[in-house]
Design a binder for this molecule. Sequence first.
Ligand code: C2O
Ligand code: CU
Length: 603
Amino acid sequence: MIFFLPILACLLSLATALTQHVHDASFIPDAVLHVTAKNVSAGGVYRLTTLVNGTSPGPTLHLPENKVIWIRVYNDMPDKNTTMHWHGLSQAAYPFSDGTPLASQWPIPPLHFFDYELQLEKGSAGTYFYHSHVGFQASSATGALIVKDSGKLPYQYHGERIVHITELWNQSDSIIERGLTNTTFKWSGESLAFMVNGNGISNYSVADPSTASVDVIDVKPSRSYRFRFIGGTALSLVAMAFENHTNLEVIEADGSYTKPTPTEFLQIGNGQRYSVLFKTKSCKELKTLGKTDFYFQIETRERPAMNRDYAILRYSTDGCSIKPSSALPTNAYPKKAPLTLPPTVNGFLDYKLKPLKDNNFPTCKEVTRRVTINMQQVLDGYILWQDNNVSWVQDSFDTLPHLTTPRKPYLVSLYENETAYLPSYTAAVKNAGVDPETQTFPAKIGEVVEIILQNYGARAIDNETAGGLDAHPWHAHGKHFYDLGAGPGKWSADVMEQQLHGTTPVLRDTTMVYRYNATTQPNQASGWRAWRLRIEEPGVWMIHCHTLQHMIMGMQTVWVMGDAKDILTVPKLEVEGFLTYGGNVYGNATHHPTRIHFSELGL
Ligand code: C2O
Ligand code: CU
């Protein structure tokens, strides 16, 4: 097997061993997150919800660039696994710290904790979020993660506001997960409530009026703010805009600064982030408008049911000689929607965003290989999503016995040299990029891979769903990709190059594969997106649709980047504790974790 010899060579050549550190009471992490599951009320609805430090969203983390960071994550749930993923933090995760169960690490067992080791790249200042990567937990176990600017800020503003959007569900995570993975398939239903920073009024029937209350975003007149929008939704693409405030300027997308790009509204897919420069009205303008409260309206796009929710933008008028107009109610919605938001824009901001600084975009001559990922819904006993005929799920052996994805994280298998899980590059190249044995996508360090994401009409056994299409927000772990844009129908190199002409692609970590139509014929290509990715960061990285329901139903790919000598940077003996579920790198009430510090390798 291709990895066998390199592993041995690698072990012998490493002379210096890393020190094992006991993370006892003297070890002080930079942040501590506690994951719990509690029956709480939000938006007026009671639900068993996965929380971080008791709330959803959890606390905002403000982290510095260019420094080793330790985040301790406690799984305080007695009966469920969890992990934490640092969404969009390109290259930040040291081995076993990316939070993908059964890809880069074992999940954190119930009543255990794990210390995540991260190093945030210089130049990564921007807007991110963290979320659990187990099942449906990410719908609520999430929080904003802001990487602080180190040097001079490229844009000036008086203050910042976070607009973190999530959806509220009326069933527990486990019920939703079970429904989606059962032979008697049960859909989660569409979400009937958007939450802005954890606040909103659900369109499910309200059981607890005390929490049915909209978010209030406070601002002052004549200021400029950086609004950081976080698409933390599980399922829905969302459109949103502010009443009377339409001069928005996008300055950051997924953690990279862009040239200022004007827009009147935003359309955000699950996992995407934007920073927007927002100028507030002067006292005089507020006087003319005769109000100091404005609606922020948010709506579902590309789903069969439309949900509409609100937040309030509220001015403090100290210093203005205006009587505050009657404030908008926070516990009720307007009878009639104040805004008419546009229908889905297929290609929102595509080709418009430009990087603020040169981003080393690889030309088409640099591309070494193209991998097309054909995505399709399949109804065949189970309802699944497949990418190049592979359905990749976390718990396949428990819940989906017909699937063959592994019982062990790939990174663990690589360390243990279990040949069954070592991908063959040659076999993959002959098989649309997927190694047929391990069902992973191997890539070599130094390659520049062009990834074509191609949407196909559902191949189905029942007439109602045959030809069905969805919009999919595709996300890449690890290094960010250059987004080459999108179009309807089947991808073609000519069309793509034509559309690209004269534009400067930006680095992103999540972009949309649109559907263009609600249905088409079964097996009919309908919509593509293209990326270019420099393969530079060794490791096991996932690339997947960020719709949580689709992930649970298999719409995920696992990429093994680099070969053994690139990935297995320390001898097996030193990482033993990572290789078993609940190994000694996981602490609990009776023992401290014992850990090497990968950062001591100087990686
Ligand atoms: Cu936010 Cu694997 O993703
Ligand atoms: Cu999807």
